[in-house]
Each structure stands twice: as C-alpha cells, then as structure tokens.
Design a protein around this ligand. Structure first.
Ligand SMILES: [Zn+2]
Length: 414
C-alpha cells in the first residue's frame, strides 16, 4: 500500500474518486452522462461503476429516458454502505458529524474544548465518538472510517500532529491511536487544508485550481489549493503561518515568540483587547448590546456596534483588518497566488465589515502591478465536516484502488 501522501497526490488521477464525486454531485445519471461529465472513456465508466457497485458505494436506480435506443440504467449513490465520522478540532470546540456513504449528514454534535494536551484531547474525541457509536440509529451501521481535521501542523504521511501550540500537542500519533482503538482507516489533516478543500467543493471558489485559504480563528493558518489539489509543504509544517512576527514588542505567543500575528489578531487576542477597550461602559453602543455585562462580549457585538456607529468598534475592526491585510500581502507574494478566501470564526463573526476593511487597506501593502482578490468564505460548519467526510471516503477508495489484486478486480484505467 502506498503512503498516504502519495494517495493524496494521486487523488486526481484516481478515477474512482472522480467518478464517485460526479455521482455525488448529480444523482441519477446514466453511464453515458457520467462519461460526458467526467471526461472518462465510456468503457472505463462501465468498469469503474462495476467497481464502485462492488464496494457498495453506488447502486442502480431504475431506467432513464431513452434517446432512441435502449433505456439507460441510472446510477445513484448508495447511502447504505456504512458511515464515516468527521471530526474537526479547533482551540475552542470539537465538532463532529456522522455521514452516510453518499456523504449526507446523519447526526451532528459539538462540544466545547477547554482542556489541552494529549490526554485531554483524546478524552474529548472518545467522548464524541461514544455519542455517535451509541446512537441507536447509527450503532446499526458499519463504521467505514474516521476523518480528523485539526487546528495544528500535521505530518500527513506519518499521521501525526507535529505541533499544535494551542492544543499543546507535539509529535502526537493520533492516526495510530484512533486506528488501534476503532479498527478502521483514519485520516488526519490540518484544518486549513480541509477548509481549502471544502471551499473548492462547496464554497466561494468552486472549481478554482489555485487559491490561498486564510483561516482566522483562535489560531491563524494558511491552506492552499495548487493545481487543484491540497498543497503540502515538504516539511509537513503547514498551519504555522500565523506565527509571523508583526510586532516585536507585542504579547508573548503560544509558540514562545513575541508579537506573532496570531497573538494579536487571533480570536482570543481580539477579545482580550476588546474587553480592555470596552470596559466600564466606555462605549454606549457596545454597553447596550451586552447589557453592561463585559463577560458577554463577543465578536458579533463589536461588528454590530461598528454598524450602529461606534467609532471604537470600527477602529478595532480596522486595526485587526490592517494586520490581516499586511499578512495577506506577504502570503500572496511568497506563495505567488493572487486569490485569497478568508474564513474562520473571526471572519464569520465580524462579517462583511471586516472583509471590506481588509480590502480597503490591502492596497497599502501591494506593489503597483499587483492585484489580489479577497473573498469571504461562504462555508458553514457543516460544509467543513462534509469535506472531511468526502476526503475520508476518497482516501479509503485511494487505498483500495492501490491495494493488491487479492481484494480488487484489477487496476482500472482511464
Ligand atoms: Zn507564535
């Protein structure tokens, strides 16, 4: 069996995955339609659909309209082959979704995360897995695999969290631990890469092959789709882009440095700053929104106050947006990709006013000949989980596809 990293690289060539995506996208297509949609040869479609049928991921769903000859057989996804559990672990919550084998959401759960380190993180994951596996509906279904997206730098080939400052994880072999426990394939990816994949499949840049995804949440990270695929840096150290130093006199960051972007423009840092700015009822708009209780203060209040006319709130959003605009100018210059989708809790909770401010301030940091487009994410949390589930099923297929002929009908070709 090939390395996971190679599977990833081969995803595009993996005709089974391509065909399955097409069948998920538009249910009830004939084999001739599928050949048209995917660009695969009709003979390959016939062979590959047999393979997907044998694995149980698709079924025949009656006959379609005839265009003169025989009525074509329609192909549709089979939700009954089993379930995939998608997990997304950020610095503030563990989000989980159970998906059927046609990639439809069956059950959704979220638990807050307040403790960090390997033991605490495993307890959260086990707790959420228990909820899914003991659900009366889900317990009867076969578990096909687990996909985990994590807010940390991941070594995808080893299936390890190489470093998660906030989550306090280092060289943490999460894939092996979960595999040993649940006896199914487990896939691990850094959350920014999964977000980029979700954006490409369900979001603001559908079918775009080159773009940067900037996640601004508790942590700040960058994911990239290059030539249509997740771009993996050679070091397996993606997800560290939030640790560029913006202010050498700034606060100490979780990574040990002083003044990282994440330590100033991450969600926690913004809130801390906001609580200082808006303490003791200093801003009438904010005070009204939080009923005078500073503990209630959250990012949407600040965005709302800015829209109501609070200059303090506007200044705070502009300040964060300026730092982000500066960071974007560095990322686009170094990675040489002029399209950036901005997502994550901060982007979602601050909303349009934040994206507009980034756009306004970006020109300060760009060369005259440079053009960078900023888009706001259109993803919801469910899209994120759906992308993890899609990714997991594709990875399982990738492994089956490359497995020896003993459990396979032979390699399929284009
Ligand atoms: Zn840092």
């Amino acid at each position: 069996m090939k390395q996971l990293g190679q599977n990833l690289k081969n995803l595009r060539e993996n005709n089974l995955a391509v065909l399955l995506s097409a069948i998920w996208d538009s249910e009830n297509l004939s084999r001739a339609d599928l050949a048209k949609v995917t660009g695969l040869a009709p003979s390959s479609v016939t062979r590959l659909t047999q393979e997907l049928q044998r694995i149980g991921l698709i079924i025949e769903a009656g006959k379609g309209e005839s265009s003169g000859g025989r009525q074509p057989v329609l192909i549709t996804p089979n939700p009954g082959a089993g379930i995939v559990i998608s997990l997304n672990l950020s610095g503030s919550s563990l989000l989980g979704g159970a998906y059927d084998s046609a990639n439809h959401l069956l059950k959704h759960e979220e638990i807050p995360v307040t403790q960090y380190g390997p033991d605490a993180i495993l307890q959260y994951i086990d707790h959420l897995m228990d909820i899914f596996l003991h659900d009366p509906e889900l317990a009867q279904k076969k578990l096909l695999g687990i996909g985990v997206s994590i807010s940390a730098a991941v070594n995808v080939e080893k299936g390890e969290v190489s470093i998660g400052y906030y989550l306090r994880l280092r060289n943490f072999p999460l894939r092996r631990i979960l595999k040993d426990k649940y006896h199914v394939p487990v896939y691990l990816e850094t959350d920014t890469s999964v977000a980029a994949l979700a954006e490409k499949n369900y979001g603001a840049v559908r079918k775009t092959d080159d773009f940067i995804y900037l996640l601004i949440s508790t942590g700040i990270g960058v994911g990239m789709i290059k030539d249509g695929e997740i771009y993996q840096s050679n070091t397996g150290m993606s997800g560290k882009h939030g640790h560029i130093v913006i202010d050498r006199q700034g606060p100490i960051c979780t990574c040990g440095k002083r003044g990282c972007l994440e330590a100033i423009a991450g969600r926690g840092a913004i809130l801390e700053n906001a609580k200082r700015i808006f303490s003791e009822g200093r801003d009438p708009f904010v005070s009204e929104l939080i009923h005078g209780d500073l503990d209630q203060l959250d990012l949407p209040h600040i965005a709302q106050a800015a829209q109501m006319g609070s200059q303090e709130a506007k200044n705070l959003i502009d300040y964060v947006a300026e730092l982000i605009a500066y960071a974007i100018s560095l990322y686009t210059m170094i990675l040489n990709v002029p399209l950036v989708v901005v997502g994550g809790d901060v982007a979602l909770e601050f909303g349009d006013i934040f994206i507009q401010s980034i756009n306004r301030q970006l020109s300060k940091f760009l060369r005259d000949d440079e053009n960078v487009t900023i888009l706001q994410t259109r993803l919801k949390k469910d899209h994120f989980l759906k992308a993890i589930s899609m990714f997991t099923i594709q990875q399982i297929l990738g492994e089956m596809y490359q497995a020896p002929a003993a459990n396979h009908n032979g390699p399929a070709e284009k």
